[in-house]
Design a protein around this ligand. Sequence first.
Ligand code: ADP
Ligand code: MG
Length: 689
Amino acid sequence: MIKEIYASQVFTDKTMKEYVSPAHIEEYHRCIESGKSLPMETANAIADGMKKWAVKMGATHYTHWFQPLNGGTAEKHESFIEPDGDGSVIMEFSGKELVKGEPDASSFPSGGLRATFEARGYSAWDPTSYAFINDGSLCIPTMFFSYSGESLDKKTPLLRSMQALNRQALRVLSHLGDKQTKSVTPMAGAEQEYFLIDKDMYLLREDLRICGRTLFGSKPPKTQELDDHYFGSIKPRVSAFMKDLETELWKLGVPAKTKHNEVAPSQHEMAPIYSDCNRANDQNQLTMNIMRRVADRHNLVCVLAEKPFYGVNGSGKHNNWSIVTDRGENLFSPGKTPAQNARFLTFLAAFIGAVDDYQDLLRCTVAYAGNDNRLGGNEAPPAIISVFIGDELQGVVDSIINDSSYSGTTVKPIKVGVDSMPLIPRDTTDRNRTSPIAFTGNKFEFRMPGSGQSIAGPNTMLNTMVAEKLSQFADALDKGEDIHHIVRSELLSHSRIIFNGNGYDKAWLEEAEKRGLSNLRTTADALECYLTEKNVSLLEKHRVMSRTEMAARDEIHIEKYCSVISIEANTLMDMVRREIIPAVSLYQGILCNTVSGRLQVLGSDAPDVETKLCKELATYNCKLSQYLAELEKKLESAPPATSYKASRYYREEIFSLMENIRKVVDEEEKLIPDKYWPYPSFRRLLFSV
Ligand code: ADP
Ligand code: MG
C-alpha cells in the first residue's frame, strides 16, 4: 500500500521515463550535472511530459512554487488551458513556461531591491527538486529573483551555498588522497515539532488566531512535569491526524519516518528521513503546509509557533546536518582506519572552527520575534552558541591538542592521518539536550531553529561557513602544510566553542562570557551583527549572497521583527480593553452584590473574602488601564521600522511592557472562574484533544 502511494504525486525520475524520451532525459541530466542551461527542445519535451502526467493525475493548473523572503511559500496558479480557435480548449504547457515564470513580485518582501515601478519578479525552475501535484496544481519548485538578478527568495542562496561547499570540500578531499569523489552534498533532516489544538477552542482565542501564539494565560497546575505525555500513548484523534498526515506526505514523496508525542501536552513531532538540503527544505515547507491542511480536516489547528503557551515547552525544528559524497560516504562518520580518521578529524575541525568564527551569523539565522520567546527558556537551547561533542570525542580532541609534549597526559596522542581512533558512540542524545549544536555520531544537530521557520537560512549559513573553513584548509594544503598541523591548530584556537556541560546552568553564562563567546539574547541584539564586514565578505567570497542581497534581507528582518511585535501589542490591547477589563469588572459587580447582600442578611460581623478579592481585582484593573495607556503612547511614538534603533525600541519598550501586562492579566485569570473569563484557559486549550 505505502509502496503504491509513495511519491505518486511526484514527477520523479522514474515517472519522467514514462513520459519523456531517453535522449531528452539524458540531455536533462547532463545539464543538471554541468550546470548548463537546458536546450529549449528538451525543456519543451519535459514540459509536455509533465503536463501529460499532471493532467492524467487530475491537475488542471500549474504553478511556479517558490519561497519568498517571508519564510513561507508562494504560488500563482495558471490553468493549462489554451483556446483552440473553435470555442473549445486544449491543454498546453511549454518549455518556456516550465523554465521561467513571471509572478508579480510587488507583494513579496524584497527589502528595497525592487524599485516600486519595477514590479516584475522572475521565477526559474529548479530541476534539482521534483515537481509535484498539490491540491490540483502541478507545482514546479523555482527560484525567485528580481529583474536585475538579485535573489528574492530563500532557495537561491541555499543552492549557491551547496555549490560553495561542494567546491571547497572537493579541494580538501583531493589533498587527502581522495580522487574518486566527484561531488559532495550537504544533507539535512528537520525534526518538526508542533501543537494540535481543537479548532473550536482555538477560534475563541483572538491572540492565537491573529498572532499564532497566546499573549497571556496562566500555566495550568500540571503540564509536562510527570512526562506522562511524552511516553504516553497517542490519543485516537491525534493518531488519526498523524496517519492522515503521513499518507499525504508519502504521496508527495516526503519520507515521513517517525512520529511521537513531545514533552508538552498536545505537542507532537514528525521527522522525515534526511535528504539533500535543497529537497529537505522544499519538503519541510510542504510538510508545514500539509500539516495545517490535514489538521483542519480533523477540526484541529496545527500550531507551529515557537512558544504558543508561556511556561509550557516550546517547539523547535532540530536541523540535522551532515556532508555526504556521491559515493554515499558521510564525511562526519568517524572511521576505523588512519585515512578515515584524517578525513573525519579534518571535517570536524572545519565545523568547529566555522561555528566559532561565525557564531553571530549562525545566531542571526534563528533570530526572529517568535523564536525570542523560546531560546534561552528553560527547555530550549540558550542563545549562546556552543558545540557539544561528548566525552569520547573530547578525549580525541584533547589528545590532538595536547600532543605528546603535554606533560601529565595519560592518553596516547592521536596523530591525524596516522593513528586510528577509539570508537565514538553513535548516539549521545540523552546527554546533551541542552546544547544548541550537538554532534550525534555522524551529524550535527542544530537545535536553535524554531518550529515555524524555514530551514533554508540556517543551512545556507552552515554550508557557507564550513565551505570557508575548508577553503582555508585547502589553501594551507596547497602551500604544503601538513594536515595534522592544520587540524591541531584549528582545534587549539577554537576549542572555546566546545562545551559538553549543562547549557541551562547559570554558571555557563559566566563561563561563556569568560571564553569570549557571544551572547546575543534577543533578535534585536542579533540583527545588529548580520551585516558586519566579516559576514558580508564570507557570503560574497563564496558567491552565496551579494552585499546588496544581504542588505535587503537585513531590512526585511528589521521590518518583520517590528511589525510582529506591533501586531501582537495591538492585539493584546484590544483583548485587554474590550474583553478582559470588562469581564473582571463584571465579576467585581457580582462580588459587590454578594457583599452587600451579606451585609443585609448577616450584618458586618460575618467573615468576608469577597471584599478583599474585589479590591485586589480593582487594583489589577487599574494597573492594566495605566499600562494600556502607556503602551498606546509608546506605539504611537515608535520609530519607523527601518533601523536597528527601531528593533531595539520594539524589544525594549513595547515587548517588555507587553510582558508586564501579561503578568497582571495572568494574576487576574487565576482569581476568576472560567465562566466569567472571556477566553479558554491553557488548561482547556492544552487538554482539548
Ligand atoms: P532524535 O529525536 O533522536 O534526534 P529523530 O529520529 O527524531 O532523532 O531525528 C533525527 C533526524 O536526523 C531525522 O530526520 C534523520 O533522518 C536525520 N538524520 C539522520 N542521519 C542524518 C545525516 N547523516 N545527515 C542529516 N540528517 C540525518
Ligand atoms: Mg526527534
